[in-house]
Design a protein around this ligand. Sequence first.
Ligand SMILES: Cc1cc2nc3c(=O)[nH]c(=O)nc-3n(C[C@H](O)[C@H](O)[C@H](O)COP(=O)(O)OP(=O)(O)OC[C@H]3O[C@@H](n4cnc5c(N)ncnc54)[C@H](O)[C@@H]3O)c2cc1C
Length: 625
Amino acid sequence: MCKSPFKNLCLTQTQISQSLHAIAAQLGVQTASLPSLPTSKAKVLRKDLAGSNNLSNGISNGTTPEIETDVLIVGAGFGGVYLLHRLRDELGLNVKCFEAGKDLGGIWHWNCYPGARVDSPIPVYEYSLGKVWKNWTWSCKYPGWRELRRYFDHVEEQLQVKKDVHFDSTVVGSEWDAKKEQWIVRSEDGKVARCKYFILATGFAAKRHFPDWKGLDTFEGTMHHSSFWPEEDVDVTGKKVAVIGTGSTGIQIAQECAKKAATLTVFQRTPNLCLPMQQSTLTKDEQAERKKDYEQFFRHRLTTFAGFSFDFVDKNTADDTPEEREKFFEKLWQNGGFEFWLATYKDMLFDTTANRHAYDFWAKKVRARINDPIKRDILAPLEPPHAFGTKRPSLEQDFYEQFNNPHINVVDVKANPIVEVKPKGILTADGTFHEVDLIALATGFDSVTGGMKNMGLLDVNGVPLAEKWRTGTWSYLGMACAGYPNMFFLYGAQVIFPMPQHYTQANPPQGPTAFSNGPTCVEVQGGWIIDAIAKMRKEGIRTVEATKEAEEEWRKNVTELSDKTLFPGTNSWVRFPSLIPPFSRAVLLRLRIYHGSISSFHSPFLPSDPFEFHKHNKAMADADR
Ligand SMILES: Cc1cc2nc3c(=O)[nH]c(=O)nc-3n(C[C@H](O)[C@H](O)[C@H](O)COP(=O)(O)OP(=O)(O)OC[C@H]3O[C@@H](n4cnc5c(N)ncnc54)[C@H](O)[C@@H]3O)c2cc1C
C-alpha cells in the first residue's frame, strides 16, 4: 500500500450529473438567502458573502464562456494575491482568481468598522516581496483599514494582479472532472472555470457568525455585523450604542465609539485579556533606514514561533526571582503589542504556574486603570477566565479608561445573558432593558472551516466537504484533503499556526492560522503550494491527493502537540472555530488547530530553499510512480 501522504488521483469516476446549484439548494449550505422580516420597520441585515453581488468584469450570468486556466484561486486577500503573483509571474502559469468582494485586500476590503486596524506591527504585517516594500511607506506602527486599502492599491500598481481577478464572484460549487483531470468551479453569478490546480485562499473569516437571539430581526434601529459595516460609516454621535462581543473587533469598535456615543454598552461573554498597543507614528526616514535590514528581517520572521520579529526567551518563569520577573514583565508591557504574549518566558503556554504569573501581572496592570469595582471585576477579574494567551489577546489603546466614564458600561452576558432583542433595544436575563439605537455585532466568524464548508466543494465521489468535515476537520498539513486532488488551501483548516512547535485543539483550523502573523503564514504556506506545483510540473506528476492515512497522521500530530500546551483547557475560535450551534462540543472537540510554531511548521515541510523541500515532499512524487 502506498505510504505517501498523497496518492495519485485516477481512483474513481466522479459523479457529476446534477448541477451544483441544485445540490446547493438540496443541502442548503450555500447562497444563504436573507431572512424574511417580521416587522416592516426592521431592516434587512446582511448575513453572507453571497446573495448580494452585482456582476462585474462585463461577464454576465448565463452567457459566460468557460474560463480555462491552469490555476484557479479563490480569494484575493494577502494569500490569494501572493499566490497569483508568484504562480503567474515566476512559474509562468495561467492563473485566475474568483473573489466575492469588489476589490483586493481580503479582510481589509470587508472590514471598515470604526477603529478597524491591525494588531501586528509594521513591517511584520506586510509582504516580504521587495517589489512591494521597497517603495511603500507606512504612517504608523499599527495602521488602520484605510491605509491597508491604500497598501493593496500599491500592491496592484507593483504586481498588476487585478487583470486576472474576477470580482463579485462568489464560489458556490466545485466538482472534479476525472476524465480531464480538472476542477470545474462555479460562481454564484454563473461563471464556470476549469482548472488543473484549485487553491482556496479564503482566509478564516468568510462565514460570519450571527447570534440566534429571539427577536434579532425585529430591531428597528441600526444593526450591522462588523465585517459588513457600511462604507459610508454610521455616525454614532449622540447615539445609544451596543457592542456585542469582545474579540479584537469588539474592543476596537467600543474604544472608538465610546468617544462619540451618548451611551455605550459592551456585552461581554469572556474578558479579552488585552495588551497595550503602544501605537506610534513612523517617519519615512526611519523606515528608509530600517529597510536596509528588511531582507534579513523577513527571513528572520520565518524562524520565530508566530511569524513576528520576536520570540519566547530561552528561560522558564521560575528561573527569575520575583523582582527580576516583575522587571521583565514590565519591559515587555512597555514595549507593547504582543511581546507580553509571545516574547515572554518559554513555559508560559505550557505550565499552569508560569501562566498564572503572567495573568496576575496582566490583571494588576489593567485593574489599576478601571475605577469602578464592578466594571473592574467584569473586565479584569482576579481569577483568570482561561489560561493567559490561549486566546489571541487584542491590542488596545485606551479601551479600559473608557469605562471610567459613567455612560460607558459593560454587561457580563455569561452571568446575565441576552434573552431577547426588541424593536428598541436589548433585554437581559436580569430583566434590564437596554435601550439602544445601534447594535454592532462583533460576533465574529464561523472561523476557517465555516467558509470552506459553505462553498459547495464536492470531492471525487461527489461528497460535499461539509459532509466530510461534519464530525471533524481532516486534512494533511492543513493544506490538502483526501478526495480533493490538486486542491490546496492556506490560512485555513488544520494549518500550522504559530508555525511549528506546538499545536492544539480539536476541529479548528489545524494550521498555524490563529496565532500567527497573517502575511507570514500565507507566505509560508503559499510558498509550499508553489513549490509543490513547480515540482509536479517539473517531474510530470499530473495529480496529487492527500491519503486518508496522511490525514490521520497529521491529526494525531496536531492533537499530540496541542495536548502538551494549556490550549486544550480554553474555549476559543482557535480551538472551536465554531462556538456556534449546531455544533456540539463533542463535534468541536474533534477539530484541531496546529499549535506549532511558524518555525517548526516551516522547517519540516517548508524550508527556505524551495529545492530542499523536495525531500520533505518526496512522498508526493512517489505517489505517481
Ligand atoms: C478585522 C481583522 C483584523 C485582522 N488583523 C490582523 C493582524 O493585525 N494581524 C494578523 O496576523 N492577522 C490579522 N487578521 C487576520 C487576517 O485574516 C490575516 O491577517 C490575513 O488577512 C489573511 O489573508 P487571507 O488572504 O488568507 O484571507 P482574507 O484576507 O480573509 O481573504 C480571503 C478572501 O477570500 C474571499 N472569499 C471567501 N470565500 C469566498 C468564496 N466562496 N468565493 C469567492 N471569494 C471568497 C473573501 O471575500 C476574502 O476577500 C485580521 C482579521 C480581521 C478580520
